[in-house]
Unconditional design. Structure first.
Length: 326
């Protein structure tokens, strides 16, 4: 598909049969485009990049070089899942970069949200560029561009922070899902055999947990955020809410509150639960979660997450509040 315009007669990919037909078509197209050359992909573990990775592995195998950068702001188990699925199960040519210390050092003491975003995005490009320069014979750059990106940016939008690579790379783009909507990408992902937890992954901001660890990021609050988020996801899944609530996560602010632990005064952080339902992300409502579920989540967070003494539920719709806190 060379055009940026989705053909009017293009069928919506909403069945396994249509997804498989799309996969077969794109495998052929990628092989014709790439030939025996190598393709580079920034594999974040998100839906779009994961589906592109699986599709290209099917088409060209280890000619695809995936780079997964762990900036230390991933949710619990996400980098491990990328390694397990792509390297161990699919035999991908995967380069894993643990840049946690590098990112957190740059973010130390930075509390302004937009500055945090710029640091995270800019450093991601630097790390990816460094890895790309170590490689030889790369002629193509794969991206998880999807159709809403084209509509919203009046052209192909660079994904996963790789749009800022220097011009001297002169890569040709490979964008096999560029004319698909998100639900169609998920359908293709299922047909490719990716795990449901990856294909149905919730929207996740580019800066990751960096915008949910409010204020200046510290390792201890980041750890509390990661663990509390994992507990929330486990309990929502167990209660059958994971498929009924559009997005849910925890937030840990940069202030402490008085509490009592083991009969002694504690001065620890609150954890804020955020859950929303929306159709277009422009407006959002807050679901009424069963009290017993919230009580169980609260009990687990207080018992299992060090440094936390309160659990709160954010009742704010959008507007007035945004979905994310930063």
């Amino acid at each position: 598909m060379s055009s940026n315009i989705r053909p009017a007669d293009m069928k919506r990919i909403n069945t396994p049969e249509l997804a498989q037909a799309f996969i077969d078509e794109q495998v052929k197209a990628v092989r014709e485009q790439v030939g025996d050359k190598k393709v580079l992909l920034a594999l974040s573990g998100g839906v779009d990049s994961s589906v592109v990775a699986a599709l290209l592995i099917k088409a060209i195998g280890r000619q695809l070089v995936c780079v997964h950068v762990n900036h230390g702001l991933m949710r619990k188990g996400e980098s491990e899942q990328v390694i397990e699925v792509f390297q161990n199960q699919m035999d991908a040519n995967l380069i894993y970069v643990d840049a946690t210390d590098r990112f957190l050092a740059l973010l130390a003491g930075v509390d302004e949200p937009e500055q945090k975003r710029k640091i995270i995005g800019g450093e991601f490009i630097k790390v990816f560029e460094e890895e790309a320069r170590k490689l030889e014979g790369i002629d193509f750059l794969a991206q998880g561009t999807i159709y809403p990106d084209i509509l919203e940016s009046d052209g192909v939008k660079a994904h996963h922070n790789v749009g800022g690579l220097p011009d001297d790379f002169d890569f040709q783009l490979v964008e096999p899902v560029r004319l698909l909507f998100k639900d169609e990408v998920r359908c293709v992902g299922h047909a490719l055999g990716l795990p449901a937890s990856m294909v149905e992954r919730q929207p996740f901001p580019g800066p990751g947990l960096g915008v949910r660890c409010l204020g200046a990021i510290t390792r201890d609050r980041l750890a509390a955020l990661r663990e509390s988020d994992a507990i929330l996801r486990e309990e929502f899944a167990a209660a059958g809410l994971a498929d009924r609530v559009w997005q849910f996560f925890t937030v840990v602010p940069d202030f402490r509150s008085t509490g009592v632990r083991d009969g002694k005064r504690a001065f620890d952080w609150p954890v804020i639960i955020r859950a929303v339902n929306t159709l277009d992300a422009m407006t959002a409502t807050v679901p009424e979660i069963d009290w017993a579920v919230l009580k169980k989540i609260t009990a687990r967070i207080l018992a299992e997450v060090p440094g936390v003494c309160r659990v709160l539920y954010d009742l704010t719709p959008k507007p007035m509040g945004t979905i994310e806190w930063e």
